[in-house]
Ligand binder design. Structure first.
Ligand SMILES: Nc1ncnc2c1ncn2[C@@H]1O[C@H](COP(=O)(O)OP(=O)(O)OP(=O)(O)O)[C@@H](O)[C@H]1O
Ligand SMILES: [Mg+2]
Length: 288
């Protein structure tokens, strides 16, 4: 069991230099993730979501503003944080178990303990039988699960996930979402997940942070009014539909649009029955 930890971002800005020009990527981003909570981040391509996760993990530093975990500033490659990259980035010459154990090896943990920890984590995500398989012998979804195990290897207090399920088919994705919630319940880790799926964001999180186009700013923080534990039935609820419409209106930059408010008031069944039902409702499939 890990100790719970909260994340706080206070007016965080970051830019990059590209071909001699300054490219502002994140502008005065402030929000917080409570201890043991799940927050989702949604935003257009290039709005700085992956950059945001790298900042929280301490892989890069902000130009301005502060990032703290439990009030303590984030350090270089902060050990309190586990990051699952947008691509699984497994080492092809290592087995699944050895990939999971890699951060432990770097930390000087003994062989026996490494092996046990890796096995226990792979077991947790249903991959016990694949401990000795190499990445090329695994499916994309399995590789993602191995990457999640690797991020959990050193018992982080915070798990950052960068579009971990975007390459999966709709049903597998739903199953993985349920599995992620189960993992969250079992470990109590604080989760921040980047996704392009409005449905996935709502299903998983307590709050959805919506970013604007680059430079990413917080367009809205939308609270998810769904209880836990969550089942697929939550996807059909009016509360789900309202949250989806609110998020969508902020993403499109038309939060005050009358149409958006009308959509927010309509039950999801009505929305779906209309011709040209919005693609974003495809369970976990529709993207931003
Ligand atoms: N190391 C870097 N050097 C220069 N520019 C960078 C670097 N990393 C990111 N960028 C730029 O910052 C912007 C935001 O990138 P980032 O990967 O954070 O976006 P994103 O929101 O994760 O996008 P996507 O939804 O496509 O994953 C992009 O314009 C990208 O070109
Ligand atoms: Mg990204």
């Amino acid at each position: 069991m890990v100790t719970l930890a909260s994340i706080r971002l206070d007016k965080v800005s970051r830019s990059f230099t590209v071909a001699g020009a300054t490219l502002p990527v994140l502008a005065a981003v402030s929000f917080d993730v409570p201890s043991g909570g799940v927050t989702a981040v949604l935003g257009p391509n290039g709005s700085g979501k992956s950059t945001l996760l790298r900042l929280i993990a301490g892989l890069i530093a902000p130009d301005d503003g502060a990032i703290t975990i439990d009030g303590v500033p984030v350090a270089d490659a902060d050990q309190r944080v586990g990051l699952v990259f947008q691509e699984p980035r497994l080492l092809p010459w290592r087995t699944a178990a050895d990939n999971v154990a890699f951060p432990l090896e770097l930390a000087g943990v003994g062989k026996l303990e490494r092996r046990e920890r890796a096995r226990a984590l792979l077991d947790l995500v249903g991959l016990a039988g694949f401990a000795r398989a190499y990445p090329h012998q695994l499916s994309g979804g399995m590789r993602q699960r191995v990457a999640i195990c690797r991020a959990l290897a050193r018992d982080p207090q915070i798990l950052l996930l960068d579009e971990p399920f975007s390459a999966l088919d709709a049903l597998t994705r739903e199953r993985f979402n349920a599995e992620l919630l189960e993992l969250w319940q079992r470990t109590g880790v604080t989760i921040l997940i980047v996704t392009h799926s409005i449905a996935e964001a709502i299903f998983l999180s307590d709050e959805v942070v919506v970013l604007t186009d680059r430079p990413g700013r917080v367009a809205a923080r939308v609270e998810v009014p769904l209880g836990r534990p969550r089942t697929a039935a939550a996807l059909d609820s009016a509360a789900f539909s309202r949250a989806a419409a609110t998020i969508r209106s902020h993403l499109s930059g038309r939060a005050d649009d009358l149409a958006a408010h009308e959509a927010a008031a309509a039950p999801i069944h009505d929305v779906l029955e209309r011709a040209g039902a919005p693609a974003w409702f495809d369970p976990f499939g529709g993207g931003v």
